[in-house]
Design a protein around this ligand. Structure first.
Ligand code: HEC
Ligand code: HEC
Length: 396
């Protein structure tokens, strides 16, 4: 037996980067605040898998798939042998460990790709922005969540296996994945460090990270808004902002409907509400809009095309679900989802002269005009000093 290099440097770098990326991705999976880091880790993991697939053919002997090409039956047989304490020692991956590796690689692809699609549908961000609506993407989101949970289970199984094997064969397997060395009989294929490849891999990862955090993300952060959010406890401060989505727009709608008040994006009400508003335009909240047939038709078409049913934003789906089918609200502020989302806002905030009316969406949603209503763009304006608020009008 002699000290032999088994795991080359790129394999070890891959292993530990994948392990820490997965752990970090798990820790950053909740909420908006760490999303940009979570998504970065997802892409990194996908890139690592691509590298590993190449390395499964180009790497050193024990890194090649050919050296651990075991199937489910061999994995189970080996597991039984481990249970009875008669498992032979494998210098490279044992059959059970090999199958765990294949499952992890496959699941990393499934979880990574479903993550991209979920981000595109849920937040309208990333490569798949706009491919699917919020509602359509919910099943894919389940796949993403369940896949990640399955991966975590396999990781625990893998760690258990490493501990059991280490005890069984009296060798520290985790350390050999750090140093690369194991005790092996003469004649065992010896790996080469392949340091240059490892350095290239490391540089590629650092380069990707640098690009991601300095160029790929919109750093135009409305920090003041986020601080207000934090102070009022109404939101999480994102670590870095993502580029939001551009919704369909229409100049005629914007000009005509924006003449008296800020426009209400069509996604905020179902199509039947817009139809009713246009049908009753001669008594529009006490005014007569008086649009001719052509104008009415063009504006109505834009509004119906992007109404709540079309789910162009996350809130549209929830607004649509919240309104009973036999009800046709004429106000956005009548939708149960809207009422529910705003019920915790203090009376003093509604009374704030910077807000004044519930219809003044832009007072708190800096992107109200764009219609996106992103969490990151929401902020409650600071309240005036005591003397000013005493004279402010009552909430509507
Ligand atoms: C001539 C002025 C005028 C024009 C033009 C106008 N509106 Fe209005 N709109 C009003 C008034 C006044 C109100 C009532 C505001 C209030 O109650 O606070 C209102 C309220 C609304 C509301 C209810 C807001 C809420 O949720 O409380 C919606 C929705 C609305 N308008 C849609 C439209 C659409 C769509 C168009 C274009 C087709 C349009 N408006 C054009 C005057 C106008
Ligand atoms: C006084 C400030 C304020 C005003 C005015 C206001 N909102 Fe909000 N809105 C909030 C806050 C705060 C939240 C976040 C509540 C939460 O996350 O629990 C919110 C949440 C929302 C959401 C949910 C976003 C999501 O995550 O899906 C929508 C949609 C929305 N508002 C639409 C509107 C519209 C449309 C108007 C105007 C008719 C409006 N809001 C007026 C403060 C305001």
């Amino acid at each position: 037996m002699q000290r032999t290099l088994i795991w080359d440097l790129p394999t070890r770098l891959f292993h530990w980067t994948l392990a820490s990326s997965f752990a970090l991705a798990w820790l950053t999976s909740e909420g908006d605040r760490w999303r940009s880091i979570h998504v970065f880790l997802g892409y990194l993991i996908l890139g690592l898998v691509v590298f590993r697939l190449i390395w499964g053919f180009a790497g050193s002997h024990f890194s090649r798939f050919a050296s651990f090409w075991f199937g489910p039956k061999e994995a189970l047989d080996y597991l039984k042998q481990v249970m009875t304490g008669h498992a032979p020692r494998h210098i490279g991956h044992n059959p059970t460990g090999s199958v765990a590796i294949y499952i992890l690689l496959a699941m990393a692809v499934v979880v990574g790709l479903s993550g991209i699609v979920t981000l595109g549908g849920d937040e309208q961000q990333g490569l798949a922005a706009g491919w699917f609506t919020f509602a359509q993407v919910q099943i894919i989101k389940k796949v993403h969540d369940l896949g990640a949970t399955l991966m975590l289970l396999v990781v625990f199984g893998h760690i258990t296996g490493v501990v059991v094997e280490s005890v069984l064969h009296k060798e520290n397997l985790a350390r050999s994945m750090v140093t690369g060395f194991k005790q092996a009989a003469a004649g065992t294929p010896v790996a080469q460090q392949r340091t240059a490849i490892a350095v290239l891999l490391l540089l590629a990862m650092l380069g990707f990270g640098g690009w991601w955090f300095y160029y790929a993300i919109d750093r135009n952060i409305d920090t003041q808004a986020w601080h207000v959010k934090l102070e009022t406890g109404m939101g999480e401060e994102p670590h870095v902002k993502f580029v939001g989505k551009q919704l369909p727009d229409n100049k005629q709608w914007r000009d005509e409907c924006g003449a008296c008040h800020a426009v209400f994006y069509p996604a905020l009400l179902p199509a039947r509400s817009w139809q009713k508003i246009m049908a009753e335009q001669d008594k529009h909240f006490g005014t007569d809009l008086g649009f001719d047939a052509a104008t009415t038709g063009a504006i109505l078409k834009f509004m119906v095309d992007n109404a709540a049913e079309k789910h162009v934003i996350e809130a549209a789906f929830k607004i649509e679900q919240s309104i009973p089918k036999d009800v046709t609200p004429l106000r956005v502020t009548e939708a149960p989802y809207w009422i529910n989302k705003h019920r915790e806002i203090a009376a003093a905030d509604w009374a704030n002269p910077l807000v004044k009316s519930k219809n003044n969406c832009a007072a708190c949603h800096t992107d109200a005009d764009d219609g996106t209503f992103e969490d990151a763009a929401m902020h409650i304006p600071p309240r005036p000093k005591a003397s000013a608020s005493a004279t402010a009008s009552a909430p509507q």
